[in-house]
Design a protein around this ligand. Structure first.
Ligand SMILES: Nc1ncnc2c1ncn2[C@@H]1O[C@H](COP(=O)(O)OP(=O)(O)O)[C@@H](O)[C@H]1O
Ligand SMILES: [Mg+2]
Length: 268
């Protein structure tokens, strides 16, 4: 365990050095000179979002559980000097993408909290459809080409940006574990200066895609589906994650026997 902690700390320190070198003035977003303001805007349809269970764009009862989670998450990130959060699950369909989008909208409602949501469940990209977009965004294709194109990242409002994919990719583990991919993500973070980067990853128990990327994140949230995910799947997934990163907790989703607030606030 100590070896993992020290490896994580080393990786983080190397990344921090790189980010500071690339962006010596980082921290002040008032005098924006980076690519963030030039990102093209997504046009969102509130009715479409709601039909897809994306309900945290505006404050209110539906968003409350995501707001509680956002507050817990931000405190953990700030305490540790972290920015990068993996969102994963044991198996498909637990609600990772839905949760990632809601958490992103909830975080982005905080003034001065800039959020980037990166879709890396590359065998099953879904966020463009969930957000009602018909654009041909291809963030993973850009990673594969190895050259940053900010046209592949779209903004939704002043604080939130999405790096998404219209097309699925077969066998993305090599791309996800490539040093060049890590460098591109570092460079994008240095230029866009998000306070939080959420990575919507693949399920852990069906392929090595998610595990291949975990060296690039500071921590992970596991989403489990009540009545679908088994305890042994949660256990196995938790163990696999803990070998590579800090596991923040399990979000029990799709709970129909609890108040939503209880089901979604990850334990500390
Ligand atoms: N809390 C929830 N209650 C009921 N259905 C949900 C909930 N969260 C997500 N879903 C639905 O479950 C399905 C899978 O969700 P999705 O976010 O795509 O999962 P994943 O990204 O883990 O594969 C979608 O149809 C989504 O609308
Ligand atoms: Mg998904």
């Amino acid at each position: 365990m100590e070896r993992i902690q020290s490896a994580l700390a080393k990786a983080r320190a190397a990344r921090d050095r790189k980010l500071q070198g690339a962006n010596p003035g980082s921290g002040t977003k008032n005098t924006e000179t980076g690519p963030w303001p030039g990102l093209s805007e997504l046009k969102l349809n509130p009715g479409h979002l709601e039909r897809n269970r994306i309900v945290a764009m505006h404050p209110g009862a539906n968003a409350a559980s995501f707001d509680v989670m956002r507050t817990n998450l931000l405190r953990t990130l700030r305490t540790n000097g972290w920015t990068r959060v993996a969102i994963t699950s044991p198996t498909p369909g637990c609600g990772k993408s839905t949760l990632a989008a809601n958490l992103a909208f909830s975080l982005a409602r905080l003034a001065d909290t800039r959020v980037l949501l990166v879709e890396l469940d590359l065998r099953h990209p879904s966020l463009l459809r969930m957000l009602g977009q018909e654009t041909d965004q291809n963030f993973a294709g850009m990673l594969a080409e190895g050259k940053i194109d900010y046209g592949q990242i779209r903004r939704a409002g002043p604080n939130l940006a999405f790096a998404l994919n219209a097309r699925a990719m077969e066998n993305p583990a090599e791309l996800l574990s490539a040093a060049r991919t890590a460098d591109i993500i570092d460079e994008i973070e240095a230029q866009l200066r998000p306070d939080v980067v959420l990575f919507d990853l693949s399920p852990v128990l069906v392929s090595d895609d998610a595990i291949s990327f975990l060296d690039q994140v500071d921590c992970a949230l596991m989403v489990a589906a009540a009545n679908e995910t088994t305890v042994s799947e949660i256990d196995k997934c938790g163990k696999d994650l803990a070998k590579r990163t800090q596991v923040l907790g399990v979000v029990l989703n799709k709970c129909d026997y609890m108040e939503q607030e209880e089901s979604l606030a990850y334990p500390e």
